[in-house]
Design a protein around this ligand. Sequence first.
Ligand code: ADP
Ligand code: ADP
Length: 239
Amino acid sequence: MLRATNLTKEYPVRGGENVVQALAGVSLELGEGETLGIVGESGSGKSTLAKLLVRLEDPTSGTVELDGVDLTKLRGKALREQRQRIQMLFQDPYSSLNPRQRVGAILTEVLGVHRLAGDARGRARRVGELLELVGLDPRLAQRYPHELSGGQRQRVGIARALAVEPKVLLLDEPVSALDVSVRAEIMNLLDDLRRDLRLSYVFISHDVSMVRHISDRVAVLYLGRVVELGDWKSVLDQS
Ligand code: ADP
Ligand code: ADP
């Protein structure tokens, strides 16, 4: 369903002719309902890969296809429609949740922008459903982000990603900023959601132990290249 072929990304180095090669020919495939783990140390290209997959940036060369449609060639409305199908969940949702909006308004806004869930009443109902889906009391819609715990905030982040009914979730260190005690809860929630909603995940982390629990296959990035790719047992036994 999601296929990256020969992705490269070069960033110019300021004040010179040189470039940094953040990705040097990465190819990956993700099937429906599957989880692909991406591990690698800092600087290996994980964030760059994530940005290319969700089409926040253009690759220098290579393609990203979603069900056979090349996202790198799309512009405007067609791009917005396809981009809706791949949502990104950030490490710290606090930085991406508007602190002046209540949780309900944050979710309502996403539904409104994407013209989902009908009229205002339909959207209000959908906000309640989304909060329940991620294990939150619908009454939390009245709260502001700073009135929530870290785990609750990440659940709101998940609800916001799910609001647009994506097929693929790109999880960039989704539990790294959380207390150890709530990490397992969020991991279990993600696992349940994947099964119930038939989602595919790209799970990015520098922490191999996080990735192995949830991934069917793991790709190891090193200096912008995939140096290992396989089921996590074969990959991790070698590293
Ligand atoms: P992480 O390793 O946690 O992903 P980084 O500190 O590498 O975070 O990067 C944070 C942000 O800064 C990213 O958006 C990345 O693209 C950008 N970035 C990283 N390195 C550079 C650089 N040399 N010049 C400009 N931006 C950079
Ligand atoms: P990771 O997420 O694994 O830490 P990144 O994708 O952030 O890796 O970075 C990969 C390489 O690309 C690093 O050398 C980083 O400094 C460089 N890089 C990332 N973003 C930028 C940018 N916007 N400008 C310049 N260099 C960048």
